[in-house]
Design a protein around this ligand. Structure first.
Ligand code: ATP
Ligand code: MG
Length: 412
């Protein structure tokens, strides 16, 4: 009986030596999680690939599309699995080549064998399948170098996997293999893209959103939740924190020179994010900053905000243009959501002329004009969070309340 299955290819994992099986197991669990809404499927390892079987015996294109978005997947092929006999794999090859979507003129057969005692060798298999394909597609050419399509015929134990078309995956590494990061997350275009980029490299992402509540509505919080939902196919987020920041911004705006307000807000945001990172066991912060994009993103201003924290701050978009970021947002499905306007802490109490090249001595003087330590403690104490069932390797901090107490002796 011939079945259709998904074969998942990964390459970087192969480079990781001893870690290989940890990476493969992580990828397997992440794919199984990504497919939880689909018809019951099983994921298992075979000979340098992962194999995803559908209960119906016929894996659908939608399954391949969902798998392609999981970090760590280099390529996905919908393959026919048939018994190890000539007639079956030749028929499967004709079917697979006939289903190729892109226009093609030439092909080549590439047979492989792994852990099999099949009497035919790969050269012989190439010839047999090649002859069957030439008979079925008489107007097409066999080309040994640079064919349009390669038909893969892979004998593994007693089965043969046959495929001709293969789609690109998102690449990167399985989420959960690179530790955890806390990502400063607004409802704009940049930070969801930045978060996804770090997630694609295997990091579990914990977004933190500073809302202007109670001085603004909570609409930016809903947009952020929608954005996290849009990132769901990549499985990078387990929990998002929300920090109602409006009152504290008002305090800051009354205490410090107008031009330095934004820098003060951002220093407090970084400090709170770092506290969350310690609570979560995250080892870096992430922002969507891009050099010179807005006033707060000049080198001087980045420096005076960065000095607040000792964890590394990852800025995956620092050298990207807005156009590139928007293009990526479209691919990820975050573009429409980020296009909606919502007041958040960034739009609240904005100065008319924000400082673009802050001087460290002036910044430190302004920082002393309000009780920043108490403010940071209070904000950490007032944290709210929303959980998402996306990321199977996300572990929430144990006894969050107890850790709160530990971090905040003055709280409670
Ligand atoms: P974005 O499109 O991501 O909102 P931006 O172009 O609006 O970015 P800024 O407002 O200067 O730029 O923000 C720079 C970075 O600071 C953002 O990419 C994000 O990482 C962080 N940030 C901004 N606003 C918030 C917020 N309300 N909550 C959490 N982080 C924020
Ligand atoms: Mg913003």
């Amino acid at each position: 009986m011939t079945e259709r299955v998904c074969l998942v290819h990964y390459h970087e994992i192969g480079l990781k030596g001893k870690n290989r099986s940890t990476f493969e197991n992580r990828l397997l669990a992440n794919i199984a999680h990504a497919l939880r809404g689909q018809t019951a499927s099983r994921v298992k390892r075979i000979s340098g690939h992962l194999l995803v079987e559908d209960e119906s015996g016929f894996a659908q294109d939608s399954m391949a599309r969902a798998i392609a978005r999981v970090p760590g997947v280099a390529r996905v092929s919908l393959a026919y699995r048939c018994p190890l006999d000539e007639q079956s794999y030749c028929e499967a090859a004709v079917r697979a080549l006939g289903e190729v979507q892109t226009p093609w003129q030439s092909f080549k057969v590439h047979a492989r064998r792994s852990s099999t005692n099949y009497e035919k060798h790969t050269l012989e298999m190439n010839q047999i399948v090649g002859a069957a394909l030439c008979a079925a597609f008489p107007t097409k050419k066999v080309l040994m170098h640079g064919p349009d399509i390669q038909v893969i015929v892979h004998a593994v134990q007693g089965d043969v996997y046959v495929y001709a078309d293969t789609g690109p995956g998102v690449g990167g590494l399985p989420v959960g293999t690179a530790g955890k990061v806390v990502s400063l997350f607004s409802s704009g275009f940049d930070s969801p893209v930045a978060t996804w980029m770090v997630g694609r490299r295997g990091a579990i992402c914990v977004p933190v959103h500073f809302s202007g509540r109670p001085m603004t509505s909570d609409s930016s919080e809903w947009l952020c939740q929608d954005l996290v939902e849009a990132l769901a196919p990549s499985g990078i987020v387990g929990r998002m924190y929300v920090v109602p920041f409006g009152e504290k911004q008002r305090e800051i705006s009354l205490a410090v020179p107008q031009s330095l307000r934004v820098i003060m807000y951002r220093r407090v945001m970084f400090a709170v994010a770092e506290r969350i990172a310690h609570m979560e066991g995250a080892k870096a912060l992430v922002t969507g900053e891009s050099l010179g994009q807005v006033a707060s993103q000049t080198l001087e201003n980045i420096a005076v905000v960065n000095e607040m924290v000792s964890l590394p701050v990852l800025r995956p978009l620092i050298g990207s243009d807005k156009q590139e970021i928007m293009r990526r947002a479209e691919e990820l499905g975050t573009f429409e959501i980020s296009s909606q306007d919502a007041p958040d802490c960034c739009t609240l109490f904005m100065p008319r002329r924000p400082e673009t090249h802050a001087r460290p001595d002036q910044v430190r003087e302004a920082w002393g004009l309000f009780d920043h330590d108490a403010m940071i403690d209070e904000l950490v104490g007032a944290l709210e969070y929303v959980d998402f069932d996306q990321c199977p390797s996300y572990k929430p901090p144990r006894m969050l309340r107890a850790r709160h107490r530990e971090l905040l002796p003055a709280y409670e």
